[in-house]
Design a binder for this molecule. Structure first.
Ligand SMILES: [Zn+2]
Length: 480
């Protein structure tokens, strides 16, 4: 008995000492924190990645249905619509393409090798229809930048042929190449030089709608193993070829005898309409409520093509589910923070940050300042949350770390230094001067943009932890 009593006293002392110093009380936020449940985030993520929304390709009816489904929750939870009565949806032009069928065969070394969709190759999801049996020309990174003294197309003729190249730049630390690394730019260059298509070499062929439909142009991705078959006649494989490009930083282009037979059937929808879903909680301070903190994620993914649905459970039904759960938590709070909090689910991230860019340029007029933004992209796999954020002001990071004090979920914090071609939806707001935090989970994200990136890979607890972390951090930051 005595020992038990003694231990209890020790336990109480330890608890008191442990809880008080430096730890901010969450009591004020209890109504919101207690509203967050992993089963909610899981169910949102599961529904968004189900066949009901057909992989959420912006412009397609599956995406539009998902946007309306989220808007109904925003309404139910009493969020204010960004526009009028029911105006949670911000519409913008969003052309899209659906691929119905694709077949590719390699003819090399006197043999033919039929390729399998997703395992060996994938059409790029903005390809025109077409049927081409044509020789292949290897063109390094597919970059034509004579102004920088670099040209993968110098001395080769790609007219009527397929361009084969890697995605990347000769020198990844030389920012002058950044624009040349845009898919759109690379495709346009190959088309202007007369190529019938561009074939990227990727570690794992995956869904990618980030580009423009170009009439008469049929781009695709192939695996390293498939590229090895094409390069074999030169006595080199794809991985060694890539090393050579990186090490020499010089073009290594050549024509091949190998031939690719590629047939695609697609439908182009130039009049597609995309939507951002936007609702907000109005700040309690009559002046500061004109400033806002955005909590956002992209709702879109890659759609359904060739009978294959790309569910995008991790990318980014998970982030969308987290934003929804945080919105729900805010709706449960009796007192609102001083600044307004805007919840935004974007269209068109997979097409190149189209929805968030549109929103940043057409921001709801009741707000005079975008104070900050918390963005979620791929927060469904793993057991820890990582974050890239602005180094300044330092209080922003401090506030996030304090929110983590009772959660222990945050790891891998680094500073955002610049915006690159692979940035997520915080980028357009960052460029407008907002203080940003981009959150993700530690993965492994192995099935990125594959047809089995599904709900079975998702950890509900990491989504709930991410929701709690940013609910606490965003509330306090908006209330400062
Ligand atoms: Zn994403």
């Amino acid at each position: 008995m005595k020992a038990v009593k003694f231990l209890s006293v020790v336990f109480i002392i330890i608890s008191v000492v442990y809880c008080f110093p430096g730890e901010k009380s969450n009591a004020k936020l209890d109504d919101g924190i207690n509203a967050i449940e992993s089963v909610d985030t899981y169910n949102f993520c599961k529904e968004l990645s189900s066949s009901r929304f057909a992989g959420r390709l912006t412009g397609h009816e599956g995406y539009t249905a998902a946007a309306r489904w989220v808007a109904d929750y925003f309404k139910k939870w009493g969020l204010k619509p960004y526009e009028n009565e029911d105006g949670y949806l911000q519409a913008y032009q969003s052309p899209y393409v659906i691929i119905d069928k694709a077949e590719m065969t390699i003819y090399a070394d006197g043999n033919s090798f039929p390729l399998t969709v997703e395992k060996d190759f994938m059409p790029l999801l903005y390809s025109d229809s077409g049927s081409n049996k044509a020789p292949v020309v290897f063109a390094g990174w597919g970059i034509k930048a004579p102004e920088l003294g670099y040209d993968d197309y110098a001395g080769i003729d790609v007219k009527g042929k397929f361009v084969l190249c890697f995605r990347g730049v000769p020198d990844r630390f030389d920012r002058r190449f950044t624009d040349h690394d845009q898919h759109r730019h690379r495709m346009q260059v190959a088309k202007e030089l007369g190529a019938v298509g561009l074939i990227y070499i990727y570690p794992d062929p995956q869904a990618n709608p980030n580009g423009d439909f170009i009439k008469g142009f049929t781009p695709a991705l192939i695996s390293y193993a498939a590229a090895d078959r094409l390069l074999k006649e030169k006595g080199i494989n794809a991985s060694l070829m890539e090393d050579k490009l990186r090490n020499t930083k010089k073009p290594q282009s050549f024509s091949l005898n190998a031939v690719v037979d590629y047939r695609v059937q697609s439908r182009n929808f130039p009049d597609g309409i995309g939507y951002n879903v936007i609702g907000f909680i109005e700040g309690s301070d009559p002046e500061l409520k004109k400033e806002c903190v955005i909590i956002g994620a992209h709702l879109d993914h890659c759609g359904t093509h060739m009978g294959l649905m790309f569910p995008g459970a991790d990318d980014n039904a998970s982030g969308s589910a987290v934003v929804m759960e945080i919105a729900y938590a805010f709706s449960k709070m009796k007192t609102r923070p001083r600044r307004s909090v805007v919840f935004a689910l974007f269209g068109g991230e997979e097409l190149g940050l189209e929805g968030s860019s549109y929103m940043a340029e057409h921001f709801p007029s009741q707000f005079t300042k975008i104070d900050s933004m918390f963005n979620f992209d791929m927060v469904g796999e793993g057991d820890r949350v990582g974050c890239g954020l602005n180094a300044n002001p330092p209080q922003f990071e401090k506030n996030l770390r304090e929110a983590n004090e009772t959660l222990y979920t945050l790891s891998d914090v680094h500073y955002l230094k610049e915006i690159g071609v692979r940035s997520s939806d915080f980028a357009p707001f960052y460029l407008k001067g907002a203080i940003c935090a981009n959150l993700y989970s530690n993965g492994p994200h192995l099935n990125y943009h594959k047809s089995d990136e599904n709900i079975y890979r998702i950890n509900p607890e990491i989504m709930a932890d991410a929701s709690r972390l940013v609910f606490i951090a965003a509330y306090r930051w908006a209330d400062r």
